[in-house]
Design a protein around this ligand. Structure first.
Ligand code: UDP
Ligand code: MG
Length: 316
């Protein structure tokens, strides 16, 4: 199969019939062999009944229903796991993304990319609680991950399926897939896609999403840079902190010896204690991290490198 479209659905009953029609319009005549995987993320409205009805009429439609609401990232992960296509395209279920862009994404994959990310160049969302936080988040993510895209939050993307096989999703991580994929050597690019205002239903998120994205960014940054060498991060700060502790400790002592300032009246003594304790903690944390990193990689048989191809080396 050529293409799997994965759509998370949470209380989108008004949109579902239009969604199915628009996807069919965009792809049926194109000769692309596709499946449409709709993942019902524990909807409490009539979404599931509609999905079942559509799946009965159209064999290309496949439906997964969660027992409760697990969140958009989980719904997308379930769709990715079930997908059979050579290329996987996730998309929002509210038709803010346009299925008519899918053939263009596919064509770009065929130019030799592993990940093609949609860029909502003309984004139809409110400024204060959508576009502004997004501008800040995009700048941060771009800087911290070293993968430079304009729009990480756009759900409409295309992945070669091998790229997703090595990526596990947690939390709100679906927007970081290009960064995680580039870590395993994927070629990533971006193209502008259409974006529409939400016509039916309401958004499932508020401004609090920004906080969750920032926390996930910290996790991703840590995993990208230090997952195989945590002591390099924590140990470094541990050493700096201990050195600073020696410095303030030395100052306290010299103030006592040369200026007659009693040590227990000197606030620097408290700082010294904090710095020395803190430094030891940092180093201990780094060592624990090292143990965890080994457990993580070895228990999954996960190597610390990724191979693109091998020559004259058969499976051993
Ligand atoms: N969604 C989901 N589970 C959730 C929240 C959202 O599957 O817990 C789906 C939702 O149905 C939609 C997509 O994720 O298809 C994006 O959600 P939304 O349009 O509310 O986000 P926004 O466009 O406001 O960022
Ligand atoms: Mg939306």
């Amino acid at each position: 199969m050529e293409l799997s479209i994965v759509v998370p659905i949470y209380n989108e009953e008004e949109t579902i019939p239009h969604l199915h029609a628009r996807v069919s319009d965009a792809l049926v005549g194109s000769g692309i062999d596709y499946e449409l995987i709709l993942v019902d993320d524990g909807s409490s409205d009539g979404s599931f009944a509609l999905l079942r009805e559509i799946a009965q009429q159209d064999r290309r439609v496949k439906v997964i229903r969660f027992r409760r609401n697990f969140g958009q990232t989980a719904a997308m992960a379930a769709g990715f796991d079930a997908a059979r296509g050579r290329v996987i395209v996730p998309m929002d279920g509210d038709l803010q993304n346009d299925p008519a862009d899918i053939p263009m994404l596919l064509a770009t994959i065929d130019e030799g990319y592993d990940v093609v990310s949609g860029w909502r160049k003309d984004r139809q969302d409110t400024f204060v609680n959508r576009r502004l936080p997004s501008i800040i988040a995009n700048a941060l993510i771009s800087r911290m991950t070293g993968v430079h895209l304009h729009d990480y939050g756009c759900t409409l993307k295309a992945y070669r399926r091998e790229v997703l096989d090595g990526v596990n999703l947690y939390g709100e991580m679906h927007r970081f897939v290009p960064a995680l994929a580039s870590q395993v050597g994927a070629r990533v690019t971006e193209i502008p896609v259409r974006h529409h205002a939400r016509l039916y239903g309401t958004s499932k998120y508020g401004i609090s999403r920004t906080m969750r994205v920032v926390l996930d960014l910290m996790t991703v940054k840590f995993l990208l840079t230090y997952s195989t060498k945590p002591i390099q991060l924590f140990g470094k700060w541990g050493i700096y902190t201990i050195l600073a502790g020696f410095l303030t400790g030395g100052l306290t002592l010299s103030m006592k010896l040369f200026e007659g300032m009693s040590m227990n009246r000197n606030p620097l003594l408290i700082l010294t204690a904090f710095l020395l304790f803190g430094g030891v903690q940092f180093i201990a944390l780094g060592l624990l991290g090292e143990v965890n990193a080994r457990t993580y990689h070895e228990s999954q048989g996960k190597p610390i490198y990724v191979v693109r191809e091998k020559i004259n080396l058969d499976e051993r």
